[in-house]
Design a protein around this ligand. Structure first.
Ligand SMILES: Nc1ncnc2c1ncn2[C@@H]1O[C@H](COP(=O)(O)OP(=O)(O)OP(=O)(O)O)[C@@H](O)[C@H]1O
Length: 472
């Protein structure tokens, strides 16, 4: 377009000049003014031609540059998206893409404190689990941020991969994960679980599968605690957050309340969250947490893997409705007693024993796992092993010694949602360490593990019940 304009101007100027010369020749008959006008006209012609060439030259150079920049930009974009994929960096999805992937939120696969999880398929065929986080629910914005911060920087075969995220508006966020086909471990070790919604994947894991799960989870935690730039504390290790893939390999998920900790720090102070039954005593007492708090939760999960039951079981002993009274059974205490009396096989999941046809589970193997678990749930964090040590014990690379007896502390809210399996379930996760500390200081000596009145509703006021079992 600019070229054509410049050509027209040049031609028009030349025609003008010719006309001017002819007119001047007739009027001025080759007088002095004629030559002056001629000179000026020739200068004008050169100016126009020069201007034309300079413009043309600039224009060509600009176009060349634009082509180079465009191709380099494209290359950079390709390289960037490749690097994101290789580095496992999460992609930002549009809400519409997620609506299409989940067929308008058709398949609900799980529900937690912070939102619901739906199954979906991305355009490229990748199966995903989309977690919808509605702010205003128990967790929310904070969970969304900490989950992205923690998981975006870690990559391990036993950790769930965050594929992407989506921010629809201020109070509706989404996290997109790899879909893990066999769902939560809780569905495979407990007889029934309230967490099962549209999920048919339940059953009973064999001893070998349970041992593999224990090793996988230990490896994932060892990686988070020792191999990342900052220590990553998961802080919500429990069977619901351990997913199983098609081959029953364990994948640790849900980084909603995880925390990053500097390598040099030995502990951090943070408000108490987590799930009842799995929370380490130091958190309940407000004395600061560390990677050893994950080790404690892991120890509880290990015992639950062996026994196929929750660590705390509320058994209705008297009354009904709001007046119901419960007796609590604390599985770690039962295990300790059975170990002492030489009857450890009595704590092993009966379903699994039936499956394996008694005799196929080696008692020494059971003892080894129990020892590891009891080391992990030592009351004093410094007595607990590192997850690296746990991996070595489980893989048989080093021998695990018999653990010392330990104080066991059971602290929880009075408002308990009792599940079908008699276990405590995932409600009222926020607690106040200050309150716990006060309750703890009132306890003088040891309390027997006894029942309380239990309300099944969600309580807004935080009341604590605490029992301490000390070694005899
Ligand atoms: N990537 C996944 N693949 C398959 N199922 C999943 C996946 N992520 C979660 N689920 C299912 O959804 C359930 C709830 O998910 P999740 O625990 O992450 O939600 P949540 O709100 O963080 O729960 P909570 O905070 O109470 O632990 C899980 O127990 C599991 O059954």
């Amino acid at each position: 377009m600019e070229d054509t304009t410049a050509n027209v101007i040049a031609i028009a100027t030349v025609i003008n000049l010719i006309v001017l010369i002819i007119v001047s020749r007739i009027i001025f008959r080759l007088t002095e003014p004629f030559f002056l006008i001629l000179g000026a006209s020739i200068a004008a012609i050169f100016a126009v031609i020069g201007f034309y060439f300079i413009r043309r030259n600039n224009h060509t150079r600009r176009r060349k540059l634009e082509t180079i920049i465009a191709s380099e930009g494209k290359e950079l974009r390709i390289e960037y998206s490749f690097l994101r994929k290789v580095a496992g960096l999460p992609t930002k999805f549009r809400f519409k893409e997620l609506e299409q992937a989940t067929e308008n939120w058709k398949y609900l696969i799980g529900k937690g404190a912070s939102g619901s999880v739906f199954k979906g398929v991305l355009i490229d065929g990748t199966e995903v689990a989309v977690k919808r986080i509605q702010h205003g629910e128990e967790r929310g914005e904070k969970e969304f941020r900490s989950e992205i911060a923690a998981i975006a920087s870690v990559q391990h075969v036993n950790l769930v991969r965050l594929i992407g995220y989506c921010i629809q508006n201020n109070n509706l966020h989404f996290l997109v994960y790899d879909f893990i086909p066999n769902g939560g471990l809780s569905n495979w070790i407990f007889t029934s679980s309230s967490s099962v919604i549209n999920n048919n994947f339940t059953g009973c894991l064999s001893w070998k599968q349970r041992l593999n799960v224990a090793i996988d989870v230990a490896k994932a935690l060892a990686y988070l605690h020792h191999d990342c730039r900052s220590k990553v504390l998961h802080l919500d290790v429990k069977p619901e957050n351990i997913l199983l893939d098609t081959n029953y390999n364990a994948i640790v998920s849900d980084f909603g309340i995880s925390k990053l900790m500097k390598r040099d720090d030995s502990r951090i102070l943070t408000s108490m969250r987590g799930t009842r039954g799995y929370i380490a005593p130091e958190w309940l007492l407000g004395s600061g947490i560390s990677e050893k708090s994950d080790v404690f939760s892991y120890g509880i999960v290990l015992l639950e893997l062996i026994g196929g039951r929750r660590s705390v079981k509320a058994i209705n002993v008297d009354g009904d409705g709001a007046r119901r009274k419960y007796r609590y059974e604390y599985f770690p205490q039962i295990v300790t007693e059975k170990l002492k009396s030489g009857t450890i096989m009595e704590v092993v999941d009966q379903r699994m024993l039936d499956l394996e046809q008694t005799g196929q589970i080696d008692e020494d193997e059971v003892k080894k796992l129990v020892h590891v678990a009891l080391w992990c749930i030592q009351h004093k964090p410094r007595r607990r092993p590192s997850m690296v040590e746990v991996v070595k014990w489980l893989e048989g690379r080093t021998t695990v010694e018999e653990p010392p007896e330990t104080t066991m502390m059971v602290v929880d809210l009075l408002s308990i949602a009792k599940g079908e399996d008699g276990g405590w379930h995932n409600r009222n996760k926020k607690r106040k360490p200050g309150v716990v500390a006060r309750v703890a200081s009132q306890i003088n000596g040891c309390l027997p593990l006894v029942g309380n009145n239990v309300s099944t509703s969600r309580s807004k006021s935080f009341t604590y019940s605490m029992s301490i079992i000390s070694p005899r």
